[in-house]
Write a protein that binds this ligand. Structure first.
Ligand code: FES
Length: 244
């Protein structure tokens, strides 16, 4: 391919009554990523285009977009890997579209903060630090690698119908603290995710697992939390109407 055409979702609330697609064609460079293509358009073809990015190395999570039928990181997706003459780029779903490819992340982070994504350590607080064995620390591998890109949230149909649903990203984070030997509120965390906006709302369709650019497994985390909540319910320690 010598040239590539982008079809980009455009919307400027100050002058557009509804979104539309705009096409741009430009020379394709070797190993060019979808994000580099967006920067080419911004610099040489259209200064009004808006999108988010920062690290350009799949670390910050700010460039997640819907690219040729799937949520991906634009900085981590080479154009040629899409095997198409056309790159169709749309913003993340389920969050208000502010302009072009930029969405309002407020609801996503509100749902995350609601599950208290920080360590609530045991009392008394140790003088120096909470100790953890290598085996206990090992349990936190992988689940700490989420970059909050929101691809899982945007691909989740339950999140699309209920903006109070905590979302796959939140459940991954809950599991991280439920598995943490230093955390002191496991039962409260399980009680919370066993509630109306919690894990039992998941339809287990694995979109979140499929789109995660870090190859994490939010669907697996949800299954583990369902199992833990159900076991505690059977022991009479947890109140939930739901079953696995
Ligand atoms: S720009 Fe940071 S993840 Fe893509």
């Amino acid at each position: 391919l010598k040239e590539i055409t982008y079809k980009i979702h455009r919307f400027n609330p100050e002058k557009d009554s509804k979104p539309y697609f705009q096409a741009y064609t430009f020379p394709l460079k070797p190993a060019m990523t979808v994000l580099e293509g967006l920067y080419y358009i911004l610099e040489y073809l259209d200064h009004t285009l808006s999108f988010r990015s920062s690290c350009r190395m799949a670390v910050c999570g700010s460039c997640a977009m819907h690219i040729n039928g799937k949520y991906r990181l634009a900085c981590n997706t080479q154009i040629t890997s899409l095997k198409s003459k056309m790159v169709v780029v749309q913003p993340l779903l389920h969050l208000p579209n502010l302009k072009d490819l930029v969405v309002d992340h407020t609801g996503f982070f509100e749902n995350l903060i609601a599950i208290k994504p920080w360590l609530l350590g045991q009392e008394p607080v140790p003088e120096r630090e909470y100790l953890q064995s290598p085996k206990e620390r090992k349990k936190l591998d992988v689940v700490t690698e989420c970059i909050m890109c929101q691809a899982c949230y945007a691909s989740c149909p339950v999140a699309g119908t209920d903006n109070k649903y905590f979302g796959p990203h939140s459940f991954l984070k809950v599991l991280r603290f439920v598995n943490d030997s230093r955390d002191s509120v496991t039962m409260e965390r399980l009680q919370q995710v066993a509630g109306e906006t919690g894990v039992f709302r998941c339809h287990t369709i694995f979109n979140c697992q499929d789109v995660c650019p870090k190859h994490l497994d939010p669907a697996g985390a949800i299954a583990q939390l369902k199992m833990a909540a159900t076991l505690e319910k059977l022991k009479g320690k947890l109140k939930t109407q739901a079953s696995v």
